[in-house]
Every structure is written in structure tokens, then in C-alpha cells.
Design a binder for this molecule. Structure first.
Ligand SMILES: *Cc1c(COP(=O)(O)O)cnc(C)c1O
Length: 425
């Protein structure tokens, strides 16, 4: 290949894209690693070109070369490189980065319900959401904070629940925390042209590309696998140019920016994303099979063990590395398990190189309405890169302690949640 030829002229495989995407301009800059640009503002050549660039970006488009980036809330080159890389991995034209997964969902809801380019004129207030969802997403939609009205339904009910003012269908697959899978192609067909956002946080672009299945918007909490090292909070939405422009308009106005340092770390982590995800997945398969045979475990939720619709291998390239267990000893056993592990860490969040576990009903899904709250006996595990035998040994010890905790011996903190309560992931 000559140095000037486009490395993407022939389609690259995912692993190659993960290494090279978003780095097209580096050779011309004379650098090998992406530069970290922390500028809050940029020098402007003159009023006219600076103003024209401002106008382009404020209306959701790219900056004009002659007018500069103007201001970090409108554009940042480090963020733009990560966005370009993620778009390539998801197979979309563009991607837009945000301060967190929740900021990404907020911008998606605001854009789809209020942007005339997307609603076709007047605002549309109605959002259809397929449960289960991450607790924070469920809470945001239920709160009405964004001026929307939500209907929760099952995936099979989407077609019959659509209204003339439905602006968006929200779905998560695999879903947090029970790993339920939804057939994305079938769901998009049922949505009949209403925009569909798929939260692809658990699968990552390594295992699933919802845009290829018909999704209009592919959302990630980049805090999880994309970051992968437990040191970044961010969000990103991969989509067409039209949706990206609307999302950038919202981002420019509301300011839910992805910080350039976060974007730098996210971009730095992408080359290892495929190897991390596949190795973590192999560990999760090992741990899930072991847990399924353990006498203290009533049920393991893991697409690698339980996939009634045959979506693993079809829609997904693998079952992923998050799983959940229901313990026979109920809440007391769950509480003791998370307290007794040593190698795993009792913490919210997931997708990092180290294994975490947490109790969704008490933590990540605390603000979810009672009828949709995960059961008290459920513990969610995110498997990291440790040797799975060490994880199994740790879990074995902790499950023994859990089995010895008498039922009814602990108070339950998982009753009706207050709203407006900050929640972890
Ligand atoms: C964590 C999470 C979110 C929220 O992301 P933040 O980065 O914590 O704001 C959204 N969706 C899913 C599936 C998540 O796991």
C-alpha cells in the first residue's frame, strides 16, 4: 500500500478497524498517536469565516476549514477522532459523543421529540420503551423530565402501542440486568419508520451492530466496555448524518459534552476492544456454566446458556461477558455474596478489565417502578480479564458464605425508591 492510499479503500475487518479507525489525519500531522487537544477556545482568522464556522457547527454540521473550531462545546478534534472511529465500528456514517450514557440518551430523546427535521414539524411527545432497561434509562423516561410521555411494553407489543405522536422506540439488547435479548430486525420492522434507538452497551460493536439490523441510532454508555478500564465516563450515539446533525444541535445547546481527555482515553482503548470483549466473554462462559451447576444458584441469566429465540450466532456474534444469577437463598444470600467476594469487586458499572458484581434491585435499578424492578435474589456480574478459575474459586467461597446466611436475617433496602436519586451504573 502506498502511503497516500486510503487504508479503508477495501473493507477492513473489525479488528483492523478497531486499531486504525479515526487515525486518518495522523500521518499528515506528523504524529503516530492521536494528539490530545484540550483547548476550550480557538483563535479565529476573522469575523466572517469564524461566524460561518460557528453557524455550520451550531446547526449540527462540521466546522469550516477556514473558520476554525471556535469553541469546545461546538467541536473538538480529539472527540471527533473517537466519534469517527466508533462510527466505523458500528457501520454508520457518523457518531456523536456525550458526557455520559445518560447524556447520550437525553440528547437522543430531545432530538427525536423536538427537532423539526426529525419530527417533521410539530414536536412529538410519546416514547415507546421496551423493558427491561438500565435503571437510569427507565427512570429518565418515567420521570417525564424531558417533557415526554412514556409507554413501557414488551418487544412483541411495539406495533400495537405506536401512536401518531410516537417519536422514538427505545430498546436495550442484551438488557440490563437480566440479559433479555430482543430481535432488533423484527423490532425495527414493527416500529414502521418511527426512529429506533438500540442501547448496544452490553454487546459492543464487537458482538452486534444494530444499525445493520435496521436501528436508526446505536447508543453506548462508553463508560463500560468502550472505556474498559474503569476510568472514563462517556456516552456515544452512532447514526446517520441526519440524526447526527440533530444530536449535535442538542449537544451544542445543552452542553452534555464528551471531554477531550475522556475521548482520548476511549479512542486509546478501542484497539484492544475486540480482544478484551472476546477474552472476557470466554471467561464469562466458563463462570456461567460453573454457576449454573452450583447448588446455591436457582437460575443463571446469560445468553450463552439461555437463548430461546436463537439470537446468539444470528444477531449477536457471541453472548458477551455480563451475566446475572438468582440465588436460592434470596435477598440474604445475594447480600452476603456481594459482601464476601475478594477478587471480584462489589461495585456498580461493568465492562472493565476487572470483574465487578452488584445487586440491581438495591443499586442500578433502585429507581425502577415496582412492577419492573429486578428480583431481590438477583446479582449481576461483569466478568473481567482475570483467570476464570480464580473467579470461580472466589465465587465458590462467597457462595458458601451466602448459603450459610439465614433467610430473613437482614433488613431489605430495596423497597419503593425515591425519584430524583442519583444512581450508579
Ligand atoms: C450504564 C448504562 C447506561 C448509562 O450510562 P452512564 O455512562 O452511566 O451515564 C445506559 N445504558 C446501559 C445499558 C448501561 O449499562
Amino acid at each position: 500500500m502506498t502511503p497516500s492510499s486510503d487504508p479503508f479503500a477495501s473493507p477492513l475487518h473489525l479488528d483492523s478497524l478497531a486499531v486504525h479507525a479515526g487515525r486518518d489525519d495522523l500521518a499528515a500531522l506528523g504524529v503516530h498517536a492521536p494528539p490530545l487537544d484540550l483547548s476550550s477556545t480557538s483563535p479565529l482568522p476573522d469575523v466572517e469565516s469564524g461566524g460561518a464556522s460557528y453557524e455550520a457547527m451550531a446547526t449540527g454540521h462540521h466546522p469550516l476549514a477556514e473558520g476554525g473550531h471556535v469553541y469546545q462545546r461546538l467541536w473538538n478534534p480529539t472527540v471527533a477522532r473517537f466519534e469517527a472511529a466508533l462510527a466505523r465500528l458500528e457501520g454508520t456514517a457518523e457518531a456523536v459523543g456525550f458526557a455520559s450514557g445518560m447524556a447520550a440518551l437525553t440528547a437522543t430523546v430531545l432530538a427525536c421529540t423536538t427537532d423539526p427535521e426529525l419530527t417533521g414539524g410539530a414536536p412529538k411527545r410519546h416514547v415507546l420503551a421496551v423493558r427491561p432497561l438500565y435503571g437510569g434509562s427507565d427512570h429518565l423516561l418515567a420521570s417525564g423530565l424531558l417533557g415526554t410521555e412514556v409507554t413501557y411494553c414488551r418487544a412483541e407489543e411495539v406495533a400495537q402501542r405506536l401512536r401518531p405522536d410516537t417519536a422514538l422506540v427505545v430498546v436495550e439488547t442484551p438488557a440490563n440486568p437480566t440479559l433479555d435479548l430482543v430481535d432488533v430486525a423484527a423490532l425495527c420492522a414493527a416500529a414502521g419508520g418511527v426512529p429506533v434507538v438500540v442501547d448496544n452497551t452490553f454487546a459492543t460493536p464487537v458482538l452486534q451492530n444494530p444499525a445493520a439490523l435496521g436501528a436508526d441510532l446505536v447508543l453506548h454508555s462508553a463508560t463500560k466496555y468502550l472505556g474498559g478500564h474503569g476510568d472514563v465516563v462517556g456516552g456515544v450515539v452512532a447514526c446517520s448524518e441526519r440524526f447526527a446533525a440533530a444530536l449535535r444541535r442538542v449537544r451544542a445547546v445543552t452542553g452534555g459534552l464528551l471531554h477531550p481527555l475522556a475521548a482520548y482515553l476511549l479512542h486509546r482503548g478501542l484497539p484492544t476492544l475486540p480482544v478484551r470483549v472476546r477474552t472476557q466473554q470466554a471467561g464469562a462462559q466458563h463462570v456461567a456454566a460453573w454457576l449454573a451447576a452450583h447448588p446455591a444458584v436457582a437460575r443463571v441469566h446469560y445468553p450463552g446458556l439461555d437463548d430461546p429465540d436463537g439470537l446468539v450466532g444470528a444477531q449477536m456474534r457471541g453472548p458477551g461477558a455480563v451475566l446475572a444469577v438468582e440465588l436460592r437463598g434470596g435477598y440474604e444470600a445475594a447480600s452476603t455474596l456481594v459482601r464476601s467476594v475478594r477478587l471480584l469487586t462489589h461495585a456498580v458499572s461493568l465492562g472493565g478489565v476487572d470483574s465487578l458484581l452488584q445487586h440491581p434491585a438495591a443499586l442500578t435499578h433502585r429507581p425502577v417502578a415496582a412492577e419492573a424492578k429486578p428480583c431481590d435474589a438477583l446479582v449481576r456480574l461483569s466478568i473481567g480479564l482475570e483467570d476464570p478459575d480464580d473467579l470461580v474459586a472466589d465465587l465458590d467461597r462467597a457462595l458458601c458464605a451466602a448459603a450459610a446466611t439465614p433467610a430473613g436475617s437482614l433488613g431489605r433496602p430495596t423497597g419503593p425508591a425515591r425519584t430524583a436519586e442519583p444512581v450508579g451504573a
